[in-house]
Design a protein. Structure first.
Length: 216
């Protein structure tokens, strides 16, 4: 995309809005340029390549160093602009096979136009419904499902974690990004440990929590 030199220079001082979109699921989807890097934002949250990029970069580092996770066949629930996909391809495995499930067709359109990434097969579907229909297993499943700042209730339920366990390979790893108040963290960790072995949670920034667990 031809953004222009003056916008790029000004972006080192202040974020520059490049393009705005709207969709059925997101009233605001905004492409902004900050420090000469493109970000995808909703009305209240960074969807890719800003603060979320740092969160997911840390999550993948933990997955590799602590769990020795394989990054061969990966399922992404919630895609945004593709922060996780970019980190996987550039840092860990250039041949990784990524299935990306994203409910918002406009987000997929934006990702393809503004943040093209190889090795990604998109599925425009509700992740809840998708989990009832897949027919292969994955060695890494990453859940980053948000509508703005909210995660739909299903994606923190016992039914969701039970389904995730069904689609992990024998040594597969699941990790999830959630925004959660301090008084909810231990309760949620106790739920995670019922469905996964070697569970762990990490406080990242503010109320961002990363939960990890291996297939039982």
């Amino acid at each position: 995309m031809n953004i222009g030199i003056f916008r790029r220079i000004f972006s080192f001082i202040w974020p520059v809005v490049i393009e705005k979109y709207t969709s059925h699921y997101n009233q605001v989807l905004e492409i902004s340029l900050y420090q000469n890097k493109l970000h995808l934002n909703s009305a209240k949250a960074n969807y890719s390549f800003g603060s979320l990029h740092a969160v997911m970069k840390k999550g993948l580092k933990i997955a590799k160093k602590h769990y020795n996770s394989k990054f061969n066949r990966v399922l992404l629930l919630g895609y945004g602009g593709g922060s996780v996909a970019k980190i996987l391809v550039q840092k860990y495995n250039s041949e990784v096979q990524i299935t990306a499930v994203e409910i918002d067709s406009k987000v997929i359109e934006i990702a393809k136009a503004w943040f093209p990434q190889k090795n990604v097969v998109f599925v425009n579907a509700d992740a809840e419904e998708f989990l009832g229909s897949i027919c292969q297993k994955f060695d890494l499943i990453v859940c980053d499902v948000f509508i703005d700042l909210e995660t739909p209730q299903f994606f923190s339920s016992f039914e969701f974690y039970r389904k995730i366990g069904d689609w992990l390979t024998e040594d597969g790893l699941f990790f999830q990004n959630l925004m959660m108040a301090d008084n909810q963290v231990i309760l949620h960790f106790n739920l995670i440990r019922k469905y996964f072995k070697n569970p762990m949670f990490v406080n990242v920034v503010d109320t961002n929590r990363l939960y990890f667990g291996k297939a039982l």
